[in-house]
Design a protein. Structure first.
Length: 132
């Protein structure tokens, strides 16, 4: 099984504050991971004399209340910051993200949509082939 949880230093964790991110999460006991889009509003990094685990305070984009939730680093497999145009553009955000951090350093291997604007699939998604 791949290493669980994210290890971020304080400056890197703080760099996500104010960012909209796509989180790949896997909770203890679950075999499958899932993706969640959230706005990072704070970071909790316990000091040596404190109990608790490091986590982000974030508001889920789909939240109707706007209340922040805790996303513990131990539950995060991958975090990807989204640029401004990704959030307000065409909706094809997964091919244009930045600041990827993953627990094992290489990504989780979870399925993501195919990248567009390649030699085989242009930005509009058309392959150019006729479909009778």
């Amino acid at each position: 099984m791949a290493k669980r949880g994210l290890t971020l230093d304080t400056p890197t964790a703080l760099s996500y504050v104010g960012q909209t991110v796509l989180l790949e999460l896997r909770w203890e006991g679950d075999t499958e991971s899932f993706w969640q889009c959230a706005d990072i509003v704070g970071v909790l990094i316990p000091r040596d004399s404190m109990q608790g685990a490091p986590c982000f305070l974030a508001v889920e984009v789909s939240s109707s209340t706007g209340n922040p939730n805790e996303f513990y680093f131990d539950d995060i497999c991958t975090i990807r910051a989204m640029r401004y145009r990704d959030r307000h553009g065409s909706g094809n955000v997964l091919g244009r993200m930045t600041l990827t951090h993953s627990a094992d350093g290489s990504g989780s291997g979870a399925a993501l949509p195919a990248r567009r604007n390649s030699s085989t699939v242009p930005a509009n998604g058309s392959t150019g082939a006729a479909h009778p």
